[in-house]
Design a protein around this ligand. Structure first.
Ligand code: LLP
Length: 414
C-alpha cells in the first residue's frame, strides 16, 4: 500500500491515479492514508520506549481531515497561530498535547491559548514573556512556558529553513537563556515547565540535533543549580525526507537515539518532538495535466496545469520534487523545464529535468507534496485552489473542494 506503479499505472493505495484524475479533475492533491499513518507510527515506535509526546507541526498540512487522522492516532500539535489552535482542537487534539511556538503571538492568540489550557508556550522573546504574564494575570491563570533557545547550530539545510543559528529571528540567544529563566521564575503568573529548540527543516543528519541537545543540556543543568526544574524537553521538528534518490534521511528512531545519548540522564523528563514534513510529505502527490509543449531558444518546455500557487516550494527554496508520468512510458527522457501557467518566470516545478516529452493531455505526478504543498497554496493569478482527496484502500474521501469562481471574490467588498 502507498503510492506506487502497478502494471505501469500509478496507484495511490488501491486506486489508479488516472481514473481519479478523470473523475475529480486536475490539478489535484492526492494523499495515501496508509502512508500518513505509517509515518506517524514510525515516530510512535521510534520514541515509544521513552516518555514522549509527538506534536505534529500543523503548518506542514493543517487540513482538518489530515489533522483528525493524526489526532485519532494520539498525536499532539505544534502550533504557530490561533488558527492552528482552532484547527487542532476541532480535530480532537488534546489541549495538554499542544505546544505553541512562533515569534509573533498576538494578545488575542495568547488569551485563546490560555483559555484552551494548552500544554505550554514556547516563548521566543522577553517581551512576549511579559505579555503572556500580563494576560495570564488578567485571566487569573498561570501560563506554562518554555523558552525556545537558539543553540547556534548549523543544520546544513536551505537558508530559508535554517532557524537555530546565530542571528536568526527565532528563539532567544543561548547566552541570555539562564537570565531569562531566572527572571521568568519570579513572575507570578508564569510557570516554567520546559526548554525548547527548533533548529531548521529538511535536516538530513542527526548530528545537529545532538549538538543542540548538548547545549540545552548544559542549560538544563545550570537551571537546576538555580533551582529551576523543568519537565519537558522539546527537541523541535525538522527531520528531512527523501525528495531525491541521493538523500538518505535518518529515521525517527535515529533521531531519538541521537538526542537520548545526551538526555537519557534525565529520568523524570518528557521529550517533545514536533515533526511536520516527515509525517505528511511523502503521503501526498499532486497530479496535473500537460497543457502544451514548446521550444524557446534551445530549451524545451512542458506546460502543466500546476502553478506556483499550488506548489511554491521549487520557486521559493529551489526545492527538488521528483516528477513521474502517471502512466509509464517507453519514450526516452529529454532535458525539459516543467512549468506552470502563472505569469512569472519563477513559476516552475522543475528545471533542466530529464523527463519524457509526453503528449498534451497526459498526466504527471509531483511527489512528496504532502507537506508545505496545499498548506502554502494561494489564489495568485486568480487561480482556484485545487481540491484534495485521501485514499484509504479503495475508499476516496474528499478533504477539500476545488474552489469556484465565486470563491475568488467571496471576501471582497465593492
Ligand atoms: N516546529 C517548529 C517550531 C517549526 O517552525 C517547524 C517548521 C516545525 C516544527 C516542523 O518542521 P518540519 O518537521 O516540517 O521540518 N515551508 C518550508 C518549511 C518551513 C518550516 C517551518 N517550520 C518548506 O516547504 O520546506
Amino acid at each position: 500500500m502507498g503510492i506506487k506503479y502497478v502494471n505501469n499505472e500509478l496507484y495511490v493505495e488501491g486506486l489508479a491515479v488516472s481514473k481519479l484524475a478523470k473523475k475529480y479533475g486536475t490539478p489535484i492533491y492526492i494523499y495515501s492514508k496508509n502512508t500518513l499513518e505509517s509515518n506517524f507510527h514510525a515516530y510512535k515506535k521510534g520514541f515509544g520506549d521513552i516518555d514522549s509526546i509527538i506534536c505534529y507541526a500543523a503548518k506542514a498540512n493543517p487540513n482538518q481531515n489530515i489533522m483528525t487522522i493524526l489526532a485519532k492516532l494520539g498525536s499532539g500539535a505544534d502550533i504557530v497561530s490561533g488558527g492552528e489552535l482552532y484547527r487542532s482542537l476541532l480535530a480532537g487534539i488534546k489541549p495538554d498535547k499542544i505546544v505553541y511556538s512562533g515569534v509573533g503571538k498576538t494578545a488575542e492568540e495568547i488569551e485563546y491559548a490560555l483559555k484552551s489550557n494548552i500544554l505550554m508556550f514556547n516563548v521566543e522573546s522577553f517581551e512576549e514573556l511579559e505579555q503572556i504574564n500580563l494576560i495570564a494575570k488578567r485571566l487569573h491563570k498561570k501560563a506554562r512556558i518554555s523558552f525556545r533557545v537558539n543553540p547556534d547550530v548549523d543544520p546544513h539545510t536551505h537558508k530559508h529553513i535554517t532557524t537555530g543559528k546565530h542571528g536568526s529571528k527565532f528563539g532567544i540567544r543561548y547566552e541570555d537563556a539562564l537570565g531569562m529563566y531566572i527572571a521568568a521564575s519570579k513572575m507570578k503568573n508564569i510557570k516554567i515547565v520546559g526548554v525548547d529548540s527548533h533548529i531548521g527543516s529538511q535536516i538530513l543528519e542527526v548530528s545537529p540535533f545532538k549538538q543542540a541537545a548538548l547545549k540545552l543540556s548544559k542549560l538544563i543543568d545550570n537551571l537546576e543549580k538555580a533551582k529551576i526544574f523543568i519537565k519537558y524537553i522539546d527537541i523541535g521538528g525538522g527531520l528531512g525526507i527523501k525528495y531525491q534518490k541521493s538523500e538518505v534521511p535518518p529515521s525517527p528512531e535515529d533521531l531519538k537515539k541521537a538526542v537520548m545519548s545526551v538526555y537519557s540522564k534525565y529520568k523524570d523528563k518528557t521529550i517533545i518532538v514536533e515533526p511536520g514534513r516527515s509525517i505528511v510529505a511523502n503521503a501526498g502527490i499532486m497530479v496535473g495535466k500537460i497543457l502544451y509543449r514548446k521550444v524557446s531558444g534551445d530549451k524545451k518546455f512542458i506546460i502543466v496545469d500546476i502553478g506556483m500557487n499550488d506548489l511554491i516550494r521549487p520557486t521559493l527554496y529551489d526545492a527538488y520534487h521528483n516528477i513521474i508520468p502517471v502512466r509509464k512510458t517507453s519514450k526516452k527522457p529529454v532535458i525539459v523545464d516543467i512549468v506552470g501557467p502563472i505569469c512569472e518566470t519563477g513559476d516552475f516545478i522543475a528545471k533542466d529535468r530529464k523527463f519524457p516529452m509526453l503528449f498534451r493531455g497526459e498526466l504527471i505526478a509531483v511527489e512528496c507534496i504532502g507537506a508545505y504543498g496545499s498548506a502554502m497554496a494561494s489564489q495568485y493569478n486568480s487561480r482556484l485552489r485545487a481540491q484534495g482527496i485521501v485514499i484509504d484502500g479503495k475508499k476516496v474521501t474528499g478533504i477539500r473542494k476545488r474552489e469556484e469562481l465565486k470563491d475568488l471574490i467571496a471576501k471582497e467588498i465593492n
